[in-house]
Write a protein that binds this ligand. Structure first.
Ligand code: 4FM
Length: 245
């Protein structure tokens, strides 16, 4: 997978993407990334890439030509999949990360100011994606989120110990609680079942914890989750316990 980012702030990316699992995937050559400065494609002697909106109203709009020329510099005569990061997109999620991982070349366009000229969306953008329902100063952080989430869905990026939580069995559910040593911390003990070595019971407990947590913290996710009738029945009884005073 190759990621080509079109941005006004290419220097923001390297420290993040060269780190941890994406950094390792880059080194291994499983993913590639390039950060293209849209300003390098300005047609103006002052390197400007924005202008006033037609029809007035505040703010500035990113002009179409520098973005188009930056896009052409990475696409050539190919047709990569182009994603525009903006608050107007569909909110990013794990299903979308898996879907995007199927492309061989993703172009991520980072918007700024009041947005980009509408004609660039019509001409080159395949889909608009939002990191969430809030307004940022730019699409750079969302682009990093997409690179991170998509990369870990690509074969070979995660090793066998890391790939566990992406198993289909646990899809659309929150993770179960995790514990490591010591067995007691601040008077709080690790659940007995995890120390029992009884793997079937451990799996049963974890599944139940995943279901209960999802019901309490993110009930919206349960619509997509694959649950047995028995599990759905069990969740009907789950209510938040009152905190001890
Ligand atoms: C803000 C881009 C306004 C365009 C931005 C306009 C964002 C988000 C975001 C900055 N990107 N998810 N939320 N970008 O706020 O992806 Cl018009």
């Amino acid at each position: 997978m190759k990621f080509s980012v079109l941005t006004l702030f290419p220097e923001m990316f390297e420290a993040v993407i060269n780190t941890s699992i994406t950094g390792r995937a880059l080194k291994k050559g499983i993913i590639e990334a390039e950060y293209i400065n849209i300003r390098d494609f300005s047609e103006d002697k002052h390197r400007r890439v924005d202008d006033y909106p037609y029809g007035a109203g505040g703010g500035m709009v990113m002009q179409p030509a520098p973005i188009y020329n930056a896009y052409k510099s990475v696409a050539g005569d190919t047709k990569p999949h182009v994603v525009y990061l903006s608050p107007q997109g569909a909110v990013f999620n794990q299903d979308k990360a898996k879907e995007l991982a199927q492309y061989s070349h993703l172009v991520l366009l980072c918007g700024h100011y009041e947005g980009v000229d509408e004609r660039i969306i019509e001409e080159i953008v395949d889909e608009e994606i939002s990191a969430g329902d809030y307004v940022l100063t730019g699409g750079e952080i969302p682009a990093m989120m997409v690179i991170d989430a998509v990369s870990r869905m690509i074969d070979g990026v995660l090793d066998s110990s890391e790939t566990m939580s992406t198993e289909s069995h646990y899809n659309h559910l929150l993770e179960y609680p995790q514990y490591t040593r010591p067995p007691e911390f601040m008077g709080r003990t690790v659940p007995e079942v995890l120390l029992s070595g009884h793997h079937a019971n451990i799996e049963k407990w974890r599944r139940e914890q995943s279901l209960i947590r999802t019901k309490l913290k993110r009930p919206d996710l349960l619509k997509k989750a694959d649950l047995s009738d028995e599990e759905r029945e069990m969740l009907k009884k789950v209510r938040r316990k009152r905190k001890k005073t």
